[in-house]
Design a protein around this ligand. Structure first.
Ligand code: G3P
Ligand code: CA
Length: 331
């Protein structure tokens, strides 16, 4: 089976539990991933960083004061540091300064306490990638359907610069668990092109180029040339991405832009252009709270899922997989 076969035979869009069911449990905990599966997610999404001893763990950032109790732990007070991560100065506590054994003494907490329940704070450990895979495989047997994993490499160039490359250990863990071919239930995603090009040399599993953007053009550079994120979605750019990746993971705002007041604008042709380039399109991030929704969808987040599914989206990352599953199964 090839990716294009998969696009045409998939019974409905894929529901990817974004950081688990992170709207309902602290993100990137086994409890969040398990709830995502129980709510119908087809894939669970661990963001991946490395510990001091080179173990891959699930955190959105290598700086962990926002998602663990590390700042409240006197024994680690002297680990606070200031670093430049991808050009941004960051102060806090970093996974690469903790062994796995030390990291395992921390407890996860809700990243958005002003919006979401904190009742699960302090209950859960930071999981390793291996533990996430073990959960997916155990739950696959329990629920009678295959649960895929969808790891994202976070700051791979930075980790490479400190001697903790993410690519080789990621491929090693995936290989050891039976994820090595195009049709295995796994996608690897990254914003960093060089990271994906390296992974393309190391593994045959499908690779997804993430595309950022708010829907408003803003500046960045490709090989020194000024560009905007919207430029990344031209047919020529898609043809270039196709040399190393199997799909794109765009911000939903590259598909349905908004104006400066957050009002929805007519959809772009990105999904159709990407399909013409042979790509899957998995968009991020779908959330249910009004805080995150365009005014047209506030109070009824299902409308947003319906719009994107009607545009032909192949899958989406959601903090509320149960909502995505329900809407997708109505199609
Ligand atoms: O991987 C899709 C989406 O997760 C990318 O954004 O910041 O939530 O990792 P982020
Ligand atoms: Ca992610």
């Amino acid at each position: 089976i090839s990716i294009s076969d998969f696009v045409s035979t998939a019974p409905r869009p894929l529901i990817i539990g974004h950081r688990g069911a992170s709207g309902l449990r602290p993100e990137h905990t086994l409890a969040a991933y398990e709830l995502a599966i129980d709510q119908g997610a087809d894939y669970i999404e661990p963001d991946i960083v490395a510990t001091k001893d080179g173990v891959l763990v699930a955190r959105h950032e290598n700086e962990i004061s926002g998602t663990t109790d590390v700042a409240d732990r006197p024994e680690f007070a002297n680990r606070e540091a200031t670093k430049i991560i991808d050009g941004v100065e960051v102060t806090g506590w970093f996974t690469e300064d903790f062994t796995l054994a030390e990291l395992k003494t921390l407890r996860a907490k809700e990243r958005l306490p002003e919006l979401r329940s904190t009742e699960y704070d302090g209950l859960y450990e930071v999981p390793t990638l291996q533990e996430v895979i073990d959960l997916a495989q155990r739950k696959s047997a329990e629920v009678g359907r295959t649960i895929g994993i969808y790891p994202e490499t976070k700051h791979p160039t930075y980790f490479d610069s400190i001697g903790l490359s993410l690519e080789e250990p990621l491929v090693e863990v995936l290989d050891a668990n039976g994820y090595s071919d195009r049709n295995d239930p796994v996608f690897i995603q990254s914003f960093e092109t060089a990271n994906l090009q390296k992974l393309d040399e190391l593994t045959n599993v499908p690779l997804i180029q993430l595309l950022g953007g708010s829907g408003q053009p803003y500046d960045f550079t490709v090989s020194g040339d000024p560009r905007t994120y919207l430029d990344l979605t031209t047919p020529d750019e898609l043809t270039n991405i196709a040399t190393y990746a199997d799909g794109i993971g765009p911000s939903k705002r590259l598909i349905v832009p908004v104006d400066e007041e957050g009002r929805l604008q007519p959809p772009t042709s990105l999904i159709d252009d990407a399909h013409a380039a042979g790509f899957l399109v998995h968009a991020y991030t779908f959330r249910n709270e009004d805080f995150f929704l365009a005014p047209d969808y506030q109070g009824n987040p299902e409308l947003e899922y319906e719009q994107f599914f009607s545009l032909g989206l192949d899958g989406l990352f959601t903090d509320f997989p149960g909502t995505g599953f329900e809407v997708a199964n109505r199609l």
